[in-house]
Write a protein that binds this ligand. Structure first.
Ligand code: FE2
Length: 231
């Protein structure tokens, strides 16, 4: 399998490009508008045909490249069924399978960071890894204080859905701020400081007391992302 992780330093976003191999159809998850040319270079050099561009949720900290990639490659843009983004060409619901030339992803509805976030499980029959967007991060979790976020739903998505995946399932989040590039479900169960050994009430208390500033790009990014990166 061809697996590439890209990093946008401005927003600390990870983007993932997947394909069964060189010359095959591919898909991209959580692409950043400013990095679109880098993805297109990789796609061209690896002789891929991009057929799906996926956003796990409506991002507040960067503008999506979904619209630009669709224009450049003719790929289909895809998000979860509850998104308000107006120009998404296809929506997924719980347990839908996205199948791109041998790469299979199962959609898992994981609200909490936003009310429309989905995670995507790679190789659902024998789980290899899960793209969690921002609901579950490495040794952290996505904030729950705007965009329909809810710490109870975040707990439920993580503890009652993601933590039921096999422990060796790799975790590929949409962000990291400390240089971690991947983790696993077992690692996060044991070592995530917001979750390990915590009750739901304790988790909710932690999330309600983060007092984070709004993302710098929030007022630009959310309206632009609802329009697929035009704005
Ligand atoms: Fe987010």
């Amino acid at each position: 399998m061809l697996f590439r992780q890209f990093f946008d330093a401005t927003s600390s976003t990870y983007t993932y490009l997947l394909a069964s191999g060189k010359g095959r159809e591919g898909l991209i998850i959580d692409p950043v508008k400013e990095q679109a040319n880098q993805y297109l270079t990789a796609i061209e050099q690896l002789d891929l045909k991009l057929v799906r561009a996926i956003d796990t949720h409506t991002h507040a900290d960067h503008v999506t490249a979904l619209g630009d990639l669709r224009e450049a490659t003719g790929c289909m843009t895809l998000m979860g069924e509850f998104t308000q983004a107006e120009c998404v060409s296809a929506h997924v619901s719980e347990d839908d399978i996205v199948d791109v030339d041998g790469i299979k992803l199962r959609a898992i509805y994981t609200p909490g960071h936003t009310n429309e976030s989905f995670s995507f499980l790679l190789d659902p029959d024998k789980p290899k890894g899960v793209f969690t967007g921002d609901v579950l991060l490495i040794r952290g979790t996505g904030r729950t204080d705007f965009q329909g976020g809810d710490p109870h739903r975040s707990w439920d998505s993580i503890v009652n859905k993601l933590f039921f995946l096999p422990e060796d399932t790799l975790l590929w989040p949409a962000h990291d701020y400390k240089g971690w590039t991947a983790s696993s479900i077992g690692e996060e169960k044991a070592h995530n400081p917001r979750l390990a050994g915590k009750t739901e009430a304790e988790y909710v208390e932690i999330m309600r007391n983060l007092h984070l500033p709004d993302p710098k790009l929030m007022d630009v990014a959310i309206p632009a992302n609802l329009a697929c990166g035009r704005g």
